[in-house]
Design a binder for this molecule. Sequence first.
Ligand code: FAD
Length: 550
Amino acid sequence: MVRMSSLDRKDYLSEAGSRTFDLLVIGGGATGAGIALDAASRGLETLLVEKQDFAGGTSSRSTKLIHGGLRYLKQLEIALVREVGRERAIVHNLAPHLVVPEKMLLPLIKGGTYGKLATSAGLMVYDVLAGVEGEDQRVMLSKEETLEKEPLLEAEMLEGGGYYAEYRTDDARLTIEVLKTASSFGAVCLNYTEVISFVYSQEGNITGAVCQDVLTGKSINIKAKQIVSAAGPWVDELRDKDKSLTQKRLHLTKGVHIVLPWEKLPVRQSIYFDVPDGRMIFAIPRGKITYVGTTDTDYQGNKENPRTLVEDVEYLLKGVNHMFPEIELKVADVESSWAGLRPLIHEEGKSASELSRKDEIFESKTGLISIAGGKLTGYRKMAERTVDLVVKRIKKGSQKTRTQHLVLSGGEFGDVDAVFQFSTSLSEKLEAAGILEPKSTAKYLVENYGRQSLEIVLLANRQQEEEAEVKLILAELAFVLKYEMVNAALDFFSRRSGRLYFNLPSVREYGDLVIEHLAHTLDWNSERILREKEELQLAIHEASHFPVSV
Ligand code: FAD
């Protein structure tokens, strides 16, 4: 049973303060969520605390691909490519609605970074390392075949293309479904709960943490036999609190994505292409938009709210306009954006793009375990390695992970055909209920919630409102309140539904309605309602306006 209801948060908080857990996980991003699921499913009593909303850090700000990282081949990161490459198919099987096969087109351009031979060999090695078989193996395309796949490409500069298999996802939804699955194995998961300091035994071993409920300011003392920090960009801050920060430190780099209305960049499919400075970026169509990213620049600013600057937008637009010269995109065309921080491990003398994406575990003298680096795609293997260490230390729980077989909540389909059939039948139900765009709404619901969409449709049927669209959004809100610990309007519009990035007009349209219903359910006073309205307006502004500096 999933125990992540917003209404029962008080109970979970008092439970957190009254038990001694086998494991405290700090950080509710993909890494922490994966660790909580691995640990709870091996029989460890697990508590996870997150100081913002779940996935409020890097895990809602990635390129949203479950990918092997083709470019890491060039850096000869063979082990990394093999591991994450193989993880793709496993994670797809755990949630086939949320980790969706996506063919990637790599156009070969006259004077571009790679020639046909190098690309063909590179893609073949990529497939071999990742164990890709059959129809999914890479194909090299002629110029004409490439143009057929993507007519928006400029014929004159094109030499051909590589066509290979990847997967796309929604990083925040993946994190939340992993957390819900962990909760169904008994893990207690709390958002808006910040670790302020650590508690030690007389011998100097870490035995707990003092946390603060960010929503009320109340303090909670947590007792745990083992503590893992999966705090992403904040890992060094926690190592500092533990007085265990060594020479080996994080190196944060910022990555920005911009969102354009699909008509402005009407690509038929996902493309990975060269930009003038020798890097490569993605353009990924998603429903009514296309998003483009990413940048990779050193970062020292505020970690909670990295901003998209006008120079980031201009860099990405220059890349797109170079590849699609007839498009001529301008800053004013950009509808929304997001910026995230890569928590990489510093390597002396290496630039942002050259730094390894490998993960690493640090063990401090006090017993604190920290894990940093890595990829969203590798969250399950990172969790396995971390929990192996915890199990070894406390001699409790099964030796082997089970997560390769644990289907994530909402993901009980078996294969993509079943997802398709489910989506078709849901579309029919939505049409009967009077939804104006039943097909795209069904796709949205299924890609976000999988089989749980049925419960949302049932909840919609019980709503009193007249308009079918309003009924549905209120049902979605009711669902995430019941199962996904939504505590603020932005939790819903950003991490649960992705609307802040992919459907900004709907945030403008339904913002007040959602806040009104949240206020009613969560018993907010007028001051809180005002703050929520201001925070939502600020988030809309920051996603769609780009300062020169901050
Ligand atoms: P986070 O998601 O940042 O989670 C750490 C959490 O710890 C945060 O939510 C934070 O609030 C919390 N925390 C910190 N301090 C405390 C405290 N004191 N108390 C409680 N909680 C605390 N990977 C891929 O596989 N595919 C991609 O397409 C991809 N694209 C990327 C694009 C960009 C621009 C970036 C930046 C990264 C990308 N990555 C990608 C990498 C991937 O997103 C990250 O590796 C992954 O999301 C990191 O997850 P995490 O859980 O380690 O960190």
